[in-house]
Ligand binder design. Structure first.
Ligand SMILES: Nc1ccn([C@@H]2O[C@H](COP(=O)(O)OP(=O)(O)OP(=O)(O)O)[C@@H](O)[C@H]2O)c(=O)n1
Ligand SMILES: C[C@](O)(CO)[C@H](O)COP(=O)(O)O
Length: 229
């Protein structure tokens, strides 16, 4: 079975965590958060290599060139996550063809399960692309400016999007470029692909594939690390 490259957007500032150090470099179980994520990806049998997208002038990147025997390449990202993903796609090795599928996975998601990555590849490749996610399981409220519940929104057919997301290199790059040209800043790859007329497959994954977003998420991620390995 062929293996895929994975673009890892890691050029964010982690503003919602606070502090001067971007969250991907903050300690999680004794190691920088990003190292856990890269270890998960690089040791996966279906992943050929990782392209880490760094912030400009990022001195915190340890400069590793291989993890788990897999190549680790780097490039510089942009102002928004979508810009960073596009930069990562453009920087992939030339032997990654336009029709080859590529994964995109947030550096901020260190607890992704290997079985979920395998299942995404198994189901989304024949479907032309897709993403891990989970159906909403809570009642959904629309808040007004005073944080009052203004309405209860339908939760049927509503999913939370996770990463990895998986698409053909050329189609995803074209969709991201088209979105950028229209002034849209897609919050995930699937949004750009939907806008380009594709219908990404939703593949249900474990809800413990959390995105470390606030300081409180570090304790939860540390609790989950060993339980999701
Ligand atoms: N310009 C950006 C913004 C985000 N990311 C990456 O996209 C992933 C998910 O984004 P998010 O959780 O929003 O991270 P930050 O943008 O760093 O968080 P914040 O919005 O709190 O600053 C992270 O791995 C982050 O490093 C990126 O590569 N380039
Ligand atoms: C891509 C993503 O992980 C899907 O849920 C998420 O949108 C990235 O976080 P952000 O805060 O939207 O940048």
């Amino acid at each position: 079975m062929s293996s895929l490259w994975c673009v890892v957007p890691a050029a964010g500032r982690g503003a919602r965590v606070g502090g001067d150090t971007p969250k991907q470099y903050l300690p999680l179980a004794g190691r920088p958060l990003i190292e856990h994520t890269l270890a998960r990806l690089a040791t996966h049998p279906r992943i050929a290599g990782v392209m880490v997208v760094l912030g400009a002038g990022d001195e915190r990147w340890p400069g590793v060139e291989r993890i788990g025997g897999k190549p680790v390449l780097t490039t510089i990202g942009g102002a928004e996550r979508c810009d960073s993903v596009l930069a990562g796609l453009d920087a992939l090795p030339n032997d990654v063809a336009a029709d080859d599928f590529v994964l995109v996975h947030d550096a901020a998601r260190p607890c992704v399960r290997a079985a979920d990555i395998a299942r995404l590849i198994e189901l989304a490749v024949p479907a032309g692309g897709g993403l891990l996610g989970a159906p909403l399981r809570d009642t959904l409220k629309r808040a007004d400016a005073a944080h009052r519940s203004a309405a209860t929104e339908p939760r049927e057919e509503r999913w939370r999007a996770f990463t990895p997301q998986l698409f053909r290199r050329g189609e995803l790059a074209a969709a991201l470029r088209a979105a950028a040209a229209s002034g849209l800043k897609p919050s995930d790859e699937a949004m750009a692909m939907e806008r380009a007329g594709h219908a990404p497959l939703l593949v249900e994954g474990a809800e413990d594939n959390i995105k470390v977003t606030t300081a409180a998420d570090f304790a939860l991620a540390e609790f989950l690390l060993d339980r999701t390995a």
